[in-house]
Design a protein around this ligand. Structure first.
Ligand code: 3PG
Length: 416
C-alpha cells in the first residue's frame, strides 16, 4: 500500500481475471487512423508483462481519441498489434467493449493470456468528461453498462492509466466501487515520482502550455495561475492564438476559422478574462509563423496577413521563451508550440525543447504530443522527468485530488 492505494504487491493474481485500465491514447493521423507514436503503449508493458507472467487473465481497457480533442474516436486494434510486439506474445483483441462478444472473450481467457477490448469511449457513458458537465458520481459510474457488465467477470481491478487519472469516467473510477483495486506499476511510478517532485518546486516555476487540447490547457492555466504554482505561463500553439484573438490581435482568418469551426470560440472570452486577471504572468507570442507555398513565413503581431493560418510561434518569440526557460528553476511543459510534425512549422517547438535540454532547471514534461516531440528531437535523456500524462500531470500539480486516486483509495477498502 502506498499513499493509501494498494499495489500489485498486495495481490496474488494467479488464475484471477484482472480488469486493467491502461492509457494507450496516442497521437493519431486523422486521415489514416494510424498511430503516430507508440510511447504510451511501451510504457504500460511492465504491468501487463508482470500480470501475464504471474498467471493472471488480463483484460485491458483503453481509449483512443484524436488530435482534436473529443471529436473522433478510433479503434484500439492497432494498439493490440503494437503491444503484442513489445511483449513478444499475442495480445488478443475483440471488436466489442462489454457486449456478449467481449464477455465471452473474457470468459475464454486462460492463465497468462491478455485481451484488449475495443475503445471504451465508443460507449457514450464513458464520455462523462468533466468539461461537458455530464458528471456521474463514482457510485453512478458503477451502475453503467460497461462496469456492471464487466465487473462480475473480474476478481481485481488495476488502474495503470496515470495519464487519464484526471478523467472522471466509468472505466477509471467505477470499478473501484465494486472490486478490490490496485494501481499498476506505471501509475505507481508516475504518481510517486510526481508527488515527491511537487512538494517544493524551486522558483521561478515556469509552465509552457501549448498543444491542441484547449479545454485542458485553459483549465490548467487557470488552476496554476490562481494557486500560484506558476510564476509565468508561456503560451504556444492554439492556446496562444486564442489569447491573441482575445486581445483583438489579428492572427489570420484561417486561424480564426479553425478556432470557430472547432467550437473554441467561447475560449476567447475565457482568455480575455484570464488575461485581465493574470496578464502579468501570461506571456504571449510577439510573432507568428505560417506556411506559404511550402515555405515558412514569419510576421510580427500587427503585420500578420489577413488570410493566413498560424501554425507556429515566430523565432523572436522562441528566443524569448528560451531565455525564460534558461532563467527558471522548474519548468513544466504540456503541449508543443506549433505543428512540429512538419518542417516549416517546427521551429518554435524545436527551440523550446532545445532550451529544456540546455537549462539547469528541473524540467518535467508530459502528454502524448510532448513526448513525441521529445523523441523526435532525441532529447529523452535530457529532460528531468518525462510523464506519460499531460492533463493529468498538470491537474495533479494544481494540488487537487485526481478522481482516479480518490477511487483507488476507495477500492483499497474493498475486499479487506
Ligand atoms: C491524455 O491524452 O491526456 C489522456 O489519454 C486523456 O485523454 P483525454 O484528454 O482524451 O481524456
Amino acid at each position: 500500500m502506498r499513499f493509501g492505494i494498494r499495489t500489485l504487491d498486495d495481490f496474488d493474481v494467479r488464475g484471477k481475471t484482472v480488469l486493467c485500465r491502461i492509457d494507450i491514447n496516442q497521437p493519431v493521423d486523422r486521415a489514416t487512423g494510424k498511430l503516430k507514436s507508440t510511447n504510451r503503449i511501451r510504457a504500460c508493458v511492465p504491468t501487463v508483462r508482470e500480470l501475464s507472467e504471474k498467471g493472471a487473465r488480463t483484460v485491458l481497457m483503453a481509449h483512443q481519441g484524436s488530435d482534436i480533442e473529443y471529436k473522433n474516436y478510433y479503434t484500439t486494434k492497432p494498439h493490440a498489434a503494437v503491444l503484442s510486439e513489445y511483449l513478444g506474445f499475442e495480445v488478443k483483441w475483440i471488436e466489442d467493449v462489454c457486449g456478449p462478444l467481449a464477455r465471452q472473450a473474457v470468459k475464454d481467457l486462460k492463465d497468462g493470456e491478455v485481451l484488449l477490448l475495443d475503445n471504451v469511449r465508443f460507449m457514450a457513458e464513458e464520455q462523462t468528461l468533466f468539461e461537458t458537465k455530464l458528471c456521474l458520481t463514482h457510485e453512478e459510474q458503477a451502475r453503467t453498462q460497461v462496469v456492471s457488465k464487466l465487473a462480475p467477470l473480474g476478481d481485481l481491478y488495476v488502474c495503470d492509466a496515470f495519464a487519464a487519472a484526471h478523467r472522471d469516467q466509468p472505466t477509471l473510477c467505477g470499478f473501484e466501487q465494486l472490486l478490490p483495486s490496485a494501481m499498476g506499476r506505471l501509475f505507481e511510478k508516475e504518481y510517486c515520482t510526481v508527488s515527491s517532485l511537487m512538494e517544493e518546486p524551486q522558483r521561478p516555476c515556469v509552465f509552457v502550455l501549448g498543444g491542441a487540447k484547449i479545454s485542458d490547457a485553459f483549465l490548467m492555466m487557470r488552476t496554476v495561475l490562481s494557486k500560484g504554482s506558476a510564476d509565468k505561463v508561456l503560451t504556444g500553439g492554439l492556446v496562444a492564438n486564442i489569447f491573441l484573438a482575445s486581445q483583438g490581435v489579428g492572427i489570420g482568418s484561417g486561424s480564426m476559422d479553425f478556432i470557430m469551426k472547432s467550437n473554441y470560440g467561447g475560449f476567447i472570452d475565457v482568455a480575455r478574462e484570464l488575461y485581465a486577471q493574470y496578464g502579468d504572468r501570461i506571456v504571449l507570442p510577439s510573432d507568428l509563423a505560417w506556411v506559404d507555398g511550402g515555405e515558412r513565413v514569419e510576421g510580427r503581431l500587427g503585420a500578420i496577413p489577413e488570410e493566413i493560418s498560424a501554425v507556429d510561434i515566430g523565432s523572436r518569440t522562441a528566443s524569448v521563451y528560451r531565455e525564460e526557460i534558461l532563467a527558471a528553476k522548474t519548468v513544466f511543459v504540456n503541449g508543443p508550440a506549433g505543428v512540429f510534425e512538419q518542417e516549416p512549422s517546427e521551429l518554435g517547438t524545436r527551440e523550446i525543447w532545445q532550451a529544456l535540454a540546455d537549462t539547469d532547471a528541473f524540467t518535467v514534461l508530459g502528454g502524448g504530443d510532448s513526448i513525441t516531440a521529445t523523441e523526435k528531437y532525441g532529447l529523452m535523456d535530457r529532460i528531468g522527468y518525462v510523464c506519460t500524462g499531460g492533463g493529468a500531470l498538470i491537474r495533479f500539480l494544481s494540488g487537487e485530488e485526481l478522481p482516479v486516486v480518490k477511487a483507488l483509495r476507495h477500492g483499497a477498502t474493498i475486499g479487506e
